[in-house]
Design a protein around this ligand. Structure first.
Ligand code: NAD
Ligand code: ZN
Length: 341
């Protein structure tokens, strides 16, 4: 079957032919319809240090997708051929303490689809049926294809109560922008988002941010004054992985503020811990999505009117994958979707 794989230890991604994956007794076989390119795929494409240390030779990458169940193992219950699905890309062990306690997103033995095991940029994907999420009919394919990063946004944004709160989001990448949309949808007051990329700040405004701040041109504290914010943000969602952005968040949080951290810093990150201590801040790290509570909430958010369609700025056949990666690398995009058939 056709697949996109990391065939060489250098920047790039290549189309190739690989064997159709084998279906184990607990697995589903998914025929992929659409995939989206994730920031992680861009790291793999660019072959940065993390990718070099993580991605095995020849790995079929990708983990954002929608497809249709075409087969399943003998032990699978609850799915049938023809079901439209997306899937949780974190494969968990099922035997560690957190798995057994139902806190599956905290599994210490997590492996990643398209990172540690063959991914979704292929005509077929095999995952444990446990990880497949059956999609309600009224969720369109291209929205379902971005459920994985949408889930990061939902998990992070819904970590703390946002109703009537002032929210700061640092980083208007696709995930930060979707988090702004969620925050607005569930009733936050000010949803202020920062970035240094005008294209993305513009998209964030379209998606529901109440104020988009280019921190290369404008001071966040001045913006807060303009908004009449005399104390500080109640909730912070760190979605850039940029140390300077996190520091500006610590500076502008109100006392007792709560921070959910999704962005992955490039290495050790120094902060002024006195700000955390004397403001009594609560900081929560976020990894992946809650299984499967986040998935049900995603579906409900879409069904209750959250419109993610402006997030998908580019859609093209998979034969144009190179153009898709170039666009993602440029930063001049929301999500880029590749169609497989
Ligand atoms: P992205 O790289 O597209 O977005 C990051 C954004 O931060 C970019 O738009 C960039 O311009 C912006 N930025 C740069 N400097 C900034 C500054 N000083 N202030 C504010 N913003 C600034 O990434 P994404 O795909 O939207 O993901 C967001 C973050 O979450 C990344 O760090 C990613 O690695 C991380 N991530 C974490 C998980 C997890 O499970 N914890 C999952 C997916 C992604
Ligand atoms: Zn586990």
């Amino acid at each position: 079957m056709k697949a996109l794989a990391k065939l060489k230890a250098e920047p790039g991604i290549w189309q190739t032919e690989v064997d159709k994956p084998e279906v184990g007794p607990n697995d589903v076989l998914i025929r992929i319809r659409k995939t989206a390119i994730c920031g992680t795929d861009v790291h793999i494409y660019k072959w940065d240090e993390w990718a070099q240390n993580t991605i095995p030779h020849g790995m079929v990458v990708g983990h954002e997708y929608v497809g249709v169940v075409e087969g399943m193992g003998s032990e699978v219950r609850g799915f049938k051929v023809g079901d439209r699905v997306s899937g949780e890309g974190h494969i968990t062990c099922g035997y560690c303490r957190n798995c057994r306690a139902g806190r599956v997103h905290l599994c210490r033995n997590t492996t990643g689809v398209g990172v540690n095991r063959p991914g979704a940029f292929a005509e077929y994907l095999v995952i444990p049926a446990y990880n497949a999420f059956k999609l309600p009919d009224n969720i369109p394919d291209n929205i379902a294809a971005i459920f994985d990063p949408f889930g990061n946004a939902v998990h992070t944004a819904l970590s703390f109560d946002l109703v009537g709160e002032d929210v700061l989001i640092t980083g208007a990448g696709p995930i930060g922008i979707m988090a702004a949309a969620v925050a607005r949808h569930v009733g936050a007051r000010h949803v202020v988002i920062t970035d240094v990329n005008p294209y993305r700040l513009e998209l964030a405004l379209k998606m529901g941010a109440t104020r988009a701040v280019d921190v290369s041109k404008q001071n966040l504290k001045d913006v807060m004054k303009e908004l009449g914010m005399t104390e500080g943000f109640d909730v912070g969602l760190e979605m850039s992985g940029v140390p300077a952005a996190f520091r500006s968040m610590l500076d502008t949080m109100n006392h007792g503020g709560k921070i959910a951290m999704l962005g992955i810093p490039p290495s050790d990150m120094a902060i002024d811990w006195n700000k955390v201590i004397f403001k009594g801040l609560i900081i929560k790290g976020i990894y992946g999505r809650e299984m499967f509570e986040t998935w049900y909430k995603m579906a409900s958010l879409i069904q209750s009117g959250l419109d993610l369609s402006p997030m998908i700025t580019h859609e093209m056949p998979v034969s144009r994958f190179q153009e898709g990666f170039d666009i993602m690398c440029s930063g001049q995009s929301g999500k880029v979707v590749l169609n497989w058939y």
